[in-house]
Design a protein around this ligand. Structure first.
Ligand code: AGP
Length: 591
């Protein structure tokens, strides 16, 4: 869960790499480093801290040279220290490597290298890479030959870039199970974990596939396969919505992304009807359908499950991706797996999908990030078309995932067009749900910011919205929150309700209204402070988050947006940065 970037061209490399790293900060933000080649010298500067801090402290911006690599880290192996920050080097300091991923067999490799006399300076798994390269390069081979030679020794996942003082003028990169994309603008070449890092310079992107190697110099790029044969690769045009990484006047990306949601729906609904009809038929025909996802994407999948059942009369199961492997025995060629992931990079999802593919299952993915690993592994890909989501807390992509499930379920009954019309009407409803609650939610967050526990309850199709509301609150404001089906409250959690404990009740005027309200009354009788998300008034509410009346299958969309706002204002009231919550990163590429 790190971001890497390389630049080779005629401009000063450091500012390009630093700007790129800022776009990659969503992948990790605990340490930063760059390596730069200048007059046959390899300069490495790195430290723990955010990009701005490290850059200022070490004068990164003014480092000379036209070839550089950079890294923004989310610690996995080794704590957050200067020594563990990337780039890592070999014993002689002639090689610099930035790595995203996990080298699972690093302990064996490290022991072997130490026994041969190598000296390690960090606790990371990544540092084995420069030491392995150092050994290969002693035989006089080129940097790319050394990369090809060591790659088969590395188990796990990686995308890494290498600079060498002795084979200067080039950057060499390769990948396995982690992304690496290349861009060219006529004067320079860029390579990164995400095209967002160089989208301001070019919209032409080449995706590197597993085990392929890229060699960048200032005037050309070359590609090799794992056997060292030259490859020809075509560039693709980057979707214009994917260029741009600005807050547009908002204080945080999360708020910008919440407020973008009315427009997002129409972008998501812009889909290929034929593709949806085909996938819907496959879903109906499949002996079993399993949806797999993590976190927020899983909560969207739980709403999808209700929609499939209510509209398409098709039962399916949602399996948490980290648990998917334990059900692999029942996956076969009659299984259709729907993998849902904003990033298309989540390691748990990728692993499950690979296992399901090997067992013969058909894979349909719902992804936001174009050219992602998940998209590559899928037989059919449904894009969310949301553009980049930078805030670690997923917001607009959740709404977009709900819209895709809505379209899919209506495609099962030949009503794709009807669903598109319904979705286009939802933009104004979402605007209403945001605007009429904004000021009230600011006040509520001030009032509740010192609470330690929140409970979220709902029934039926909105149950997952309770879980999603709770997830948003805990991940950015660090308050304990639990979401659950309202009927479950009395089976244990009710014991935790005390005087003034906030209980958020999602109770739109749908088929579950009366029962949900009864559960809220049970909590209120034990002292709970009831925050209701509803279009219907009741005097049991202590605070009313008013949502517009919509079709009962669309309530999740209008109910979730004020809950995102509540979480956002709670985080800000408590003094936290909602875009960069502690310990988390946007793309979870480790298991
Ligand atoms: C959402 O707010 C979280 N940051 C997290 O739960 C996220 O949804 C999860 O890691 C899955 O990510 P994905 O959609 O990219 O696979």
């Amino acid at each position: 869960m790190c971001g890497i970037i390389g630049y080779c061209g005629n401009k000063p490399a450091a500012p390009v790499v630093l700007e790129g790293l800022k776009c990659l900060e969503y992948r990790g933000y605990d340490s930063v480093g760059v390596a730069i080649l200048c007059d046959a010298q390899l300069l490495i500067r790195k430290d723990a801290g955010k990009i701005e801090e490290v850059s200022e402290k070490h004068g990164l911006d003014s480092l000379p040279g036209n070839i550089a690599i950079g890294h923004t880290r989310w610690a996995t192996h080794g704590s957050v220290t200067q020594a563990n920050a990337h780039p890592h080097s070999d014993c002689s300091g002639r090689i610099a490597v930035v790595h995203n991923g996990i080298i699972e067999n690093y302990q064996e490799l490290r022991q072997e290298l130490i026994s041969q006399g190598h000296r390690f300076s960090s606790e990371t798994d990544s540092e084995v890479i420069p030491h392995l390269l150092e050994d290969e390069l002693k035989s006089g081979c080129s940097l790319e030959e050394a990369v090809l030679a060591i790659a088969p020794k590395l188990e796990g996942s990686y995308a890494f870039l290498v600079l060498s003082r002795d084979d200067s003028g080039k950057i060499v990169g390769t990948r396995k199970n982690n992304p690496l994309v290349i861009g060219a603008d006529g004067h320079a070449y860029y390579v990164s974990s995400d095209a967002l890092a160089f989208s301001q310079y070019t919209n032409q992107v080449i995706t590197l596939r597993d085990t392929e190697v890229v060699i960048l110099t200032s005037d050309k790029i070359e590609f090799l396969d794992a056997a060292g044969n030259r490859l020809t690769k075509q560039s693709e045009e980057l979707d214009s919505s994917w260029a741009g990484n600005h807050k547009d006047g908002y204080p945080f990306f999360m708020l910008k992304e919440i407020m973008e949601q009315p427009q997002v729906l129409s972008k998501t609904a812009y889909q290929d009807e034929r593709k949806f009809t085909d996938i819907a038929l496959d879903i109906l025909r499949a002996r079993q359908v399993i949806i797999t996802a993590c976190g927020t994407s899983r909560y969207a999948s739980l709403v999808g499950r209700y929609l499939f059942s209510k509209v398409g009369k098709k039962f399916c199961d949602v399996v948490m991706a980290s648990e998917f492997g334990y059900f692999a025995d029942s996956v076969d060629k009659n299984t259709l797996v729907i993998a849902v992931s904003q990033s298309g990079e989540t390691a748990d999802v990728i692993e499950g999908v690979k296992a399901a593919r090997d067992a013969g299952a058909e894979i349909v993915s719902i992804v936001n990030r174009p050219n992602s690993i998940l998209a590559d592994l899928s037989h059919q890909v449904i894009p969310l078309n949301c553009g980049p989501e930078i805030g670690v807390a997923a917001t607009k992509t959740f709404l977009s995932q709900l819209a895709v499930f809505y379209l899919l379920s209506f495609s099962m009954v030949n009503s794709f067009d009807k669903a598109c019309i319904q979705l286009s009407d939802m933009s104004s409803k979402i605007t209403e749900a945001l605007n009429c609650n904004n000021d009230g939610l600011i006040k509520l967050s001030q009032e509740l910011k010192d609470k330690n526990n929140f409970y979220y309850i709902a029934r039926g199709i909105n149950f997952a919205i309770a879980s999603e509301g709770a997830l948003k609150l805990k991940e950015i404001s660090y308050i304990h929150a639990e979401g659950m089906p309202a009927g479950e409250l009395k089976h244990g959690t009710l014991a935790l309700i005390e005087q003034d404990t906030p209980v958020v009740v999602i109770c739109p005027a749908d088929y579950a209204y009366s029962e949900t309200l009864s559960n809220a009354i049970e909590a209120k009788s034990r002292g709970a402070y009831i925050i209701a998300v509803s279009d219907k008034e009741s005097d049991i509410y202590d605070f009313w988050i008013k949502i517009p009346e919509v079709d009962e299958l669309l309530y999740p969309m209008v109910a979730v947006v004020p809950l995102q706002l509540l979480a956002y204002y709670m985080a800000v009231s408590r003094g936290y940065d909602p875009d960069k919550p502690r310990n988390l990163a946007k793309s979870v590429t480790v298991k």
